[in-house]
Ligand binder design. Structure first.
Ligand code: PLP
Length: 228
């Protein structure tokens, strides 16, 4: 059994060091613990160690875990592909969605967000690798999508998210993150407020922090290998 508490501490130290090396404030980088395919016991262990933000990518898998860990003041982020028929559960149970890539899904989430909850925080997922089968909106479509999503009443547009192809080299890893940052700057210049860059995972978080990540999504480095 891998010690979640120890791993969490290590990951936080590494993130703080990356922020410092990048000349940034460590407090400006939020750690999202990706708990997909991990049992609720591990989530609770991380919660006891002070972790608040958790990410899941499959709705049916996430709902029982959200139930099981209720009462711990956790913040739930949906980071997976969102099917039309699953939007209601996400609108009702999650605090954030990082994977908006088309207006139709955003409109459904806005309609379905319960009135007694704060607006749902959302990020637009951008496909920076130009592979047709990948999730995410094409960069050229993102400013228009940002405009439309920012006008939906029950959503709060926070920023952009990406999952670049795996690269080993640090400079190569930085490139797509830089493109995402510049795209966010462009959208801001058009008068749309964005405060979030959701980018970086266990293998490339350092490059993401160097390019301005405000949320890094880390699974394996905290929880160990996922069960199938
Ligand atoms: C699984 C996943 C992560 C975390 O990946 P690790 O390599 O385990 O850190 C981050 N973001 C998304 C969208 C994921 O699906």
């Amino acid at each position: 059994m891998i010690g979640v508490t120890e791993n969490l501490k290590l990951v936080k130290d590494l993130l703080a060091r990356a922020a410092r090396d990048a000349g940034r404030d460590a407090a400006a980088v939020r750690l999202l613990a990706v708990s997909k395919r991990q049992p609720p016991e591990r989530i609770l262990e991380a919660a006891v160690a002070g972790q608040r933000d958790f990410g899941e990518n499959v709705v049916q898998e996430a709902l029982p875990k959200i139930e099981r860990t209720a009462g711990n003041d956790l913040v739930w982020h949906f980071i997976g592909r969102l099917q039309r028929n699953k939007t209601r559960a996400v609108a009702e149970r999650f605090d954030w969605v990082h994977s908006i890539d088309r207006l139709q899904v955003a409109e459904r989430l806005s309609r379905q967000r319960p009135d007694d909850l704060a607006p749902l925080n959302v990020c637009l997922q951008v496909d920076l690798d130009d592979e047709p089968a990948k999730d995410g909106a094409a960069p050229v479509d993102v400013p228009g999508l940002a405009r439309s999503v920012s006008e939906l009443p029950r959503l709060r547009l926070r920023g952009l998210m990406c999952i670049p192809a795996v690269r080993d080299d640090f400079e190569a890893q930085r490139k797509p993150f830089r493109v995402l940052r510049e795209l966010a700057d462009f959208i801001r210049n058009e008068g749309i407020e964005l405060d979030t860059l959701s980018m970086g995972m266990s293998g490339d978080y350092r490059a993401a922090v160097f390019e301005g990540a405000t949320i890094v999504r880390i699974g394996t480095a905290i929880f160990g290998e996922r069960t199938a």
